[in-house]
Design a binder for this molecule. Sequence first.
Ligand code: BGC
Length: 245
Amino acid sequence: MVFGVDIGGSGIKGAPVDLDRGTLAQPRHKVLTPHPASPEAVVAAVREVVQHFDFRGPVGLTFPGVVIGGHTRTAANVDQGWIGLDAEGLFREALDLPATLLNDADAAGLAEVAHGAGKGRSGVVLTLTFGTGIGSALFTDGVLVPNTELGHLELRGKDAERRASAAAREKHDLSWAEWAVRVDEYLDLVERLFSPQLVIIGGGVSRKHERFLPLLAPRDAEVVPAVLRNDAGIVGAAMAAARRG
Ligand code: BGC
């Protein structure tokens, strides 16, 4: 059995994962993300989540920033103390278990492509997660190009995620229709650059896809809601840990 942990801006959620089905093997346990979300505080919260299940085995974890070789390289929406850290090593030591760390959107994308909206789809598939930021996971024939960070493309002179994330909708008190215009503008940009055949819309807001997907303009790429929703990060993290062996 492999364990997945999704480290998000508001909560840290984890569960053992059934890798064959791409589902949680037990109901997930969630603790609030500490503020400030310093590495020490987050590591302690993750330990609490894993110990809740008395779990011993490989653990996959997500991080909302660039992760290369287990090192966290950026921290757009989390404590700056993560930049340049061997975070995977920290988790391994604190949990005393094999640990694998990857970008949160990459994890969600892995799960969606294997078990969700991208299952069986070849060609260029892009998962976008709309939450505090915008995360991206780019696949070609099922193979992930990690750390694409497309939320930071420039849109009207700003980081795209500042205009079009789910948090931007709340912050600027936008109606669904107003927000959909911004999402469309962002999808236009992404489509011009990557020509995906399929775009999977994930993140917390994908729960409410009926409110905004029908408002988006028609485009060449097929745009569909994520299927695994809230569990995609946990499942994808566990998949990454299992692949590590
Ligand atoms: C980060 C990405 C992350 C996304 C979603 C962005 O601000 O740079 O690494 O995937 O937010 O959490």
